[in-house]
Design a binder for this molecule. Sequence first.
Ligand code: DX5
Ligand code: ZN
Length: 227
Amino acid sequence: MSAKTYRIAPSILSADFARLGDEVRSVIDAGADWIHFDVMDNHYVPNLTFGPMVCEALRRHSVRADGTPVPIDVHLMVQPVDALAQAFCKAGADLVSFHPDASAHVDRTLQVIRGEGRQAGLVFNPATPLDVLEWVIDKVDLVLVMSVNPGFGGQSFIPSALRKIERARRLIDASGRDIRLEVDGGIKVDNIRQVADAGADTFVAGSAIFGQNDYRRVIDAMREQLA
Ligand code: DX5
Ligand code: ZN
């Protein structure tokens, strides 16, 4: 298990899109650590969401009551990657993650994001091996293991993700670097502990949180499982 503190990153994919700013504020008031922002392009994945302008508009809502900014964790499900990655960096994203299979030059894309002063992440689909990490782990700030196939909220957790999280944890620990290990898809109160035990330290949850009226109750219940 990681010695780092756990982070809960609600995915606004399952929020009310007609009231996104309010939803971001509500989920932060309810205890969110990061805001997870799912960017889908109807090309890399069969769905379409929002772009850098929406990220920029939400930047001023992604703050705590005392004014402290809450990191915006952008998950790019787009192809090609580089131009949009850069646009999101300029739009105020704190972390920008992409799928290595969507970029022709993974090392270059990581450099684009870090060159903008943002943290860079690599995302691995359920059937994608972690191989590229061996060559670029020195340029990675976050590893995101998908526990569903990307494109939609509300899917069921794919159990093989647990083995991939364990493997990613070993690679991260061996690197000695400060890299977060995030998991995305099908995370609920009743499986978050098992995912943490596999080695994850950051948890995306969309439908589990936004599907309930009381966001705080869900986030508190998740933290109780993690305690
Ligand atoms: C799927 C997205 C996820 C999604 C998770 O492509 O990357 O972030 O919103 O949703 P839930 O928690 O509902 O599985
Ligand atoms: Zn996501």
